[in-house]
Write a protein of this length. Structure first.
Length: 301
């Protein structure tokens, strides 16, 4: 029975901490996937609380596309030091150099899809049997299909039709050799819950989540930032706008939104009034109707 004396955030926190502790109990070598985005930040913060005063019993694993926002990389290193975690980095550039993946060409090229191979190689190299992800069910229809404990076969692939029931907070982490699990402690959080929790806990965030001036241009309905990795084409006009980012990923496919929200109160008010999901600014999700689900089936986060 739910505890009606607890607030919504208290219940979500307790559920996530329970899942984190179950992961540590059921698996021999778990890891926490860390992108530097708000969801993985909250998940790492919860893991810190779940095992305090000991250190969290798993490393943070960052799959580095090499096309990150500078603010994200600076934040990543500061946050890892703050929570006293260990950091493992898988490099997409190394995967390209080794011939494991082929870099896309053309104006819409992105390394986002290439992360899958680097992630699976990093899991195999380090023998992780469970990887904690910050996915939430409200983000996207493919993520709504995920269980808390999401089984992956020995090729790292996800079959949404072949997942285990989860009744009465009982989670089945049994697997065959070579298989592993993705675990999603934040499944029942919404975007608003994430922001409210960040505010309550006073969690530091990358600066690009708040309004700032940046050179941007529009492409395929997304407002993309000019970076060393992404340049406008001749017909695309660069303008300087006051923007922020609702989600953080590869700089080549992560769109900004025009916004003057410069603090948490203003961000929360903006999210409450928004009519587009945060992933609506991600151009990689617009490649097809099933873009996210296709990537997840191949082994994506």
């Amino acid at each position: 029975m739910p505890n009606y004396h607890l607030s919504n955030l208290d219940q979500l926190e307790a559920e996530a901490i329970f899942i984190l502790r179950e992961t540590a109990a059921q698996f021999e070598n778990p890891a926490l996937l860390f992108s530097g985005g708000k969801d993985s930040i909250v998940m790492a913060w919860l893991a810190r609380k779940a095992f305090w005063p000991a250190r969290m019993p798993f490393p943070l694993v960052h799959i580095d596309t090499g096309h990150n926002f500078e603010e994200t990389m600076t934040y990543r290193d500061e946050f890892v030091e703050l929570i006293r975690a260990s950091l493992v980095v898988g490099s997409v550039q190394e995967s390209i150099d080794q011939g494991r993946v082929v870099e896309e060409k053309g104006p819409n090229a992105s390394r986002n899809k290439l992360q899958t191979v680097t992630l699976l190689d990093t899991i195999e190299k380090n023998q992780y049997d469970a990887c904690l992800g910050g996915g939430r069910r409200d983000e996207e229809k493919a993520r709504a299909k995920e269980r808390f404990f999401s089984h992956r076969d020995d090729f790292g692939q996800w079959d949404p039709k072949n997942q285990r029931p989860e009744l009465w907070n009982l989670f089945n982490g049994r697997k065959n050799p070579g298989e592993h699990f993705r675990v999603f402690p934040l499944s029942n959080f919404t975007e608003m819950d994430i922001w409210m929790y960040i505010q309550r806990e006073n969690i530091p965030l990358p600066s690009i989540y708040f309004s700032h001036s940046r050179d941007v241009f529009e492409r395929n309905g997304s407002l993309l930032a000019v970076t060393e990795f992404l340049k406008p084409q001749d017909h695309e006009t660069v303008t300087q706008k006051i923007v922020r980012f609702r989600t953080i990923g590869d700089a080549t496919c992560t769109g900004a939104v025009e916004s003057t929200a410069s603090n948490l109160d203003e961000v929360i008010a903006e999210v409450a009034a928004a009519r587009q999901t945060e992933r609506g600014t991600r151009s990689d999700d617009k490649r097809s109707e099933t873009a996210m689900e296709d990537r997840k089936k191949e082994g994506y986060f």
